[in-house]
Design a protein around this ligand. Structure first.
Ligand SMILES: [Zn+2]
Length: 573
């Protein structure tokens, strides 16, 4: 067993809770400055991530001892990525885009029961704010990329999602180094690009780790755990799948003096989307309890409507007095972990095909449209099975108040999808007059079952469910204990008298989220037993006046440092 944080000062030579917390506090202004500098760099898909990655690379290079740590840049190679499970298709070029790995050198590791391995992962990209740059929208900063501190919150695009989390994981490790300790077990920092639209950055790193086992940074040993400090101030137990597609409607332009002569592509697009929402979205939400094979969906049973569809972007028409000739609508569809991406694509295509074919409207029957897939093709994932089981309600502190409003839109919403080059699209052309697919619901169910079985088979290869269950319990208990120690000491240091009523010091709850994160790659394709997201408290992510609570940034940094100490063990240097 690992030493508990409370006993470590007397039973091990490790730094005490107080020493770690004190060092983190003395780093606070430097950490905030590092965070501000990251926020000031526009790292949207449109702008690219090289500048922010170069900034982080240089910071790591100058901050961490080259004696103890090694670093690597892992490029984005689309020709390799596109053949990997979990890849999301793109219609842009990667150029010199890269991801960063930093970890303690292999010779430092002393393998034993108490020296476990850990990955801390964070993404450096942010969602666009091009529509929110006017002075009337962002009230706390002059621009979304001019970070500003107000009432102990740092405002700016990406402050919460998730540059604050990046600063936490980097400063947690840096704090231990400053105290002259490095992890005994393997500790790997992974800074990835493109989480907000595909996850292909994380996919590139996982592939690199698996493929380069002979290199110095290879994955010689399976990792025990992953924490992604996304802005969820709780332990994430499961996440939904996400599919993006673009619905392209071909209309028939006409003068508005007789609109019946034309086909209004924009109105048709909305009719088709509304039909998807009123049928498929409702069906998905209703079916959560209806199939025996959907046990893994039970993590979401306390959320009223976990599955949300969203129109994120629309473009169409030419002129106010002309019936529009085209409409492009970018849609996001959520789905349960038991469903495969292919099943969901099939469901969407069938739903729209039938709607057009069975329409009583003659015009609708002659509509031509196609569906193009780019961006997220993200499987859903149960991250901590031990805490998603129906029989474990006592352990699973799921808050009934969790609503879709609290969760939705985190990590997967709007993104500029301009400059589409048609030859790179994965397109399904649908013409209501020529479509002949007639697949039954049974066929669809069969595919769902196959997908579920594949997932189960994969996870069984690497650890028995008993081992996994026991490791997950230990992982969650230690994370909760680390958070409790971090926030209790912080509260006491700040002379807060009533710590028992302080929200920060309550036990970290466990909850599912109704969006996707990079956590799926570690769980589904690397079969790492303990995977979660936990990070600072943020507000208005993907919106205007996005901000992160700076006290929470300190608390998460401290939690991660204490967790590393007790999970990986430490060596004095
Ligand atoms: Zn994020």
């Amino acid at each position: 067993m690992n030493p508990s944080p409370s006993s470590s000062p007397t039973t091990t030579p490790y730094p005490s809770n107080e020493e770690i917390l004190s060092q983190i506090k003395s780093n606070q202004s430097n950490q905030t400055s590092f965070l501000s500098q990251m926020v000031s760099i526009d790292s949207t898909l449109e702008k690219g991530e090289e500048e922010v990655m170069d900034f982080i690379w240089n910071f790591l290079k100058t901050s961490f001892s080259s004696q103890e740590f090694e670093m690597e840049k892992v490029p984005m190679n689309e020709s390799i990525l596109r053949n990997l499970p979990g890849f999301s298709p793109i219609h842009w070029k990667y150029g010199n885009q890269y991801n960063i790995v930093l970890r303690n050198k292999q010779q430092q590791q002393q393998l034993s029961e108490s020296n476990k391995s850990l990955i801390l992962c964070g993404h450096a990209d942010v969602v666009p704010s091009t529509t929110t740059t006017t002075s009337s929208s962002w009230t706390k900063c002059t621009t979304p990329f001019t970070p500003t501190i107000h009432l102990n919150r740092l405002y700016g695009r990406g402050s919460g999602d998730m540059k604050a989390g990046l600063s936490c994981m980097i400063y947690a490790l840096l704090t231990l180094q400053q105290l002259h300790y490095i992890p005994s077990g393997t500790l790997q920092l992974e800074i990835v690009c493109e989480e907000e639209c595909t996850g292909n950055g994380c996919l590139a790193l996982r592939h690199h780790a698996a493929a380069s086992s002979s290199s110095s940074l290879g994955e010689k040993k399976k990792f025990d755990a992953v924490i992604i400090p996304e802005p969820f101030p709780f332990i994430v137990t499961a996440q939904l799948g996400v599919l993006w597609f673009q619905l392209h409607i071909v209309g028939k332009p006409a003068h508005v003096l007789d609109t019946s002569l034309g086909i209004n592509a924009i109105e048709v697009a909305f009719d088709m989307y509304r039909h998807l929402q009123s049928t498929l979205q409702v069906e998905y939400n209703t079916n959560i309890n209806s199939r025996e094979e959907e046990e893994e969906n039970q993590a979401f049973k306390d959320i009223k409507q976990p599955i949300c569809f969203n129109v994120g972007k629309i473009k169409g028409g030419d002129w106010a007095s002309s019936v529009p000739s085209f409409c492009d609508m970018d849609v996001r569809v959520g789905f349960f972990p038991s469903q495969s991406v292919e099943c969901v694509k099939h469901d969407v295509e069938e739903c729209l095909r039938k709607f057009v074919l069975e329409s009583s409207n003659d015009t609708m029957k002659h509509v031509k449209y196609d569906i193009t897939y780019f961006g997220f093709q993200a499987d859903g994932a149960v991250l901590l099975e031990e805490f998603c089981n129906n029989n474990n309600d006592d352990d699973n502190d799921v808050d009934d108040e969790v609503s879709k409003e609290e969760e939705e839109g985190k990590g997967d919403d709007s993104i500029p999808l301009s400059a589409v080059s048609n030859d790179e699209k994965e397109t399904v052309v649908q013409d209501s007059e020529t479509m002949g697919i007639n697949e039954t619901k049974d066929d669809n169910d069969e595919r769902r079952r196959k997908k579920l079985k594949q997932t189960n088979d994969k996870s069984d290869i690497h650890s028995s469910s008993e081992q996994r269950s026991s490791l997950q319990k230990e992982f969650v208990a230690l994370l909760q204990q680390s958070h409790h120690s971090a926030t209790t000491i912080t509260a006491n240091t700040d002379n807060t008298t009533n710590t028992t009523n302080n929200n920060n010091t309550t036990t970290l709850p466990l909850k599912p989220i109704t969006c996707t994160t990079d956590a799926r790659f570690y769980k589904l394709y690397s079969q790492i037993p303990c995977v979660t997201c936990f990070g600072p408290e943020a507000m208005n992510i993907h919106g205007v006046d996005e901000s992160v609570c700076l006290q929470s940034v300190q608390d998460v940094t401290a939690t991660l440092a204490l967790f590393i100490r007790d999970w990986c063990g430490l060596n004095q240097v």
